[in-house]
Design a protein around this ligand. Structure first.
Ligand code: SAH
Ligand code: SF4
Ligand code: F3S
Length: 382
């Protein structure tokens, strides 16, 4: 490291979005530490500020733009993650204080980019790397974990489902399954460092496949690992979840008995427009089997309100399904139009006021259900 680099070697990282990004931020920290940079606990203390960002809803992006806008001064600002891929070099026009833009598939280039930046003058400081389609396997083995006991383990990257509202396939690229032997090696490495719990990550973990190894097989192998006491996973997709998987969940003693199974809508017409690949009767049958097989297992979901063309009756259908199923928790999102997606081009985009009203209504409904289930749960315990 040169003297100039040494003066600019403290990095502060701010993470937004899903668990994938939480894990990516660990990878970034690991990479940078190996390259001689220090990870700073406060932004005041740092020379370089990196935003690892999310594009899933406009609100998530707006927050980051306004935060970046508030940094005026001598720090080097970098945009990473899904917004970096979404905006690419246009990010420099949007906010000229940004010096580098690095997409999710290019994070391994970061140490090199920072090196190049350190020898450039302020005006020349514009570097972007957003075109890679795959990351090298080595970045998963940098040994940096935020938590001493728990580790996130990515099993697959990207997504090919193209739900019509969703930006993820565009910013994270096509579905890639990591090799099963690499995943197991990473978990072994984590256990050696004292990790006792893991969360397997993918946009649709149920679709995992590497040769003969499917998701259930991975779960069985993880369950058999000495030193590991618990595991869970995120996110399951209703079109790929099946009974074999529920039976494994029930039978494997280290698996946390909870399932996050995004519903998105309770109306078949909307599910078709969303390109989700299942009907409400399939979803109900699936949750029914889950509850029969994994007795006492928790069930959570995601719901989008105000999808283009959603009628009041279709919204009511969603409320009815939410009541019928009785989720332990539901993440309820206001539909956010994402440029470039199919849904953004659809007719019948709803007024924000109407979306807000529907959001509040279903949120109140879910709160009451969660409360009732919690008190039932604690009654059962007492
Ligand atoms: N791969 C996961 C979810 C990834 S995004 C899955 O398919 O379940 C997390 C959640 O954000 C989604 O489940 C969805 O409910 C919500 N979401 C995605 N795009 C959205 C958009 N354009 N507007 C509002 N919510 C959205
Ligand atoms: Fe987005 Fe659908 Fe893929 Fe989930 S499954 S990341 S909602 S496209
Ligand atoms: Fe957001 Fe990217 Fe995750 S868009 S939800 S951070 S994959």
């Amino acid at each position: 490291m040169s003297d100039k680099e040494k003066k600019q070697n403290k990095v502060f990282l701010r993470t937004f979005g899903c668990q994938m990004n939480v894990r990516d931020s660990e990878l970034i920290c690991g990479l940078l530490q190996k390259a001689g940079y220090r990870i700073s606990a406060t932004e005041q203390d740092a020379d370089i500020i990196i935003f690892n960002t999310c594009s899933v809803r406009k609100h998530a992006e707006d927050r980051v733009w306004s935060l970046i806008g508030s940094y005026k001064g001598s720090k080097i600002i970098g945009l990473m993650g899904c917004m970096a891929k979404n905006y690419q070099e246009k990010a420099f026009e949007r906010d000229p204080s940004i010096s580098f833009v690095v997409g999710p598939q290019d994070i391994h280039k970061l140490p090199d980019i920072l090196k190049k930046l350190s020898v450039k003058s302020l005006l020349e400081r514009k570097i972007w790397e957003t075109d890679s389609v795959e990351r090298p396997e080595e970045i998963y083995h940098t040994d940096f974990y935020q938590d001493a006991k728990h580790a996130y383990v990515v099993i697959s990257e990207g997504c090919c489902n193209f739900c019509s509202y969703c930006v993820v396939p565009y910013v994270r690229g096509a579905l890639r399954h990591r090799k099963h032997k690499d995943i197991m090696a990473e978990i072994h490495q984590a256990i050696d460092k004292g990790i006792t719990k893991v969360t397997l990550l993918g946009q649709n973990v149920n679709a995992y496949q590497d040769g003969q190894i499917n998701f259930t097989k991975i779960l069985e192998q993880v369950n058999a690992l000495d030193g590991l006491t618990e595991f869970d996973f995120f996110t399951s997709h209703p079109k790929d979840a099946n009974l074999e998987f529920f039976k494994a969940l029930h039978g494997l003693e280290k698996s946390a008995k909870r399932l996050h199974l995004p519903l998105q809508s309770g109306a078949d017409r909307i599910l078709t427009l969303m390109n989700r690949g299942y009907k409400i009767k399939d979803y109900l049958a699936l949750t029914d089997s889950y509850r029969k097989i994994v007795k006492g297992g928790l069930l959570t979901t995601d719901i989008i309100v105000g999808f283009p063309g959603e009628t009041r009756e279709e919204f009511q259908e969603t409320c009815a399904v939410v009541e019928k199923i009785g989720f332990n928790a539901a993440y309820i999102f206001k539909y956010s139009s994402r440029p470039g997606t199919e849904a953004a081009k659809m007719a019948g985009q709803l007024e924000q006021d109407e979306i807000n009203k529907r959001h509040k209504k279903i949120l109140d409904l879910q709160r009451a259900i969660s409360k009732k289930l919690r008190s039932r749960h604690s009654d059962a315990k007492n």
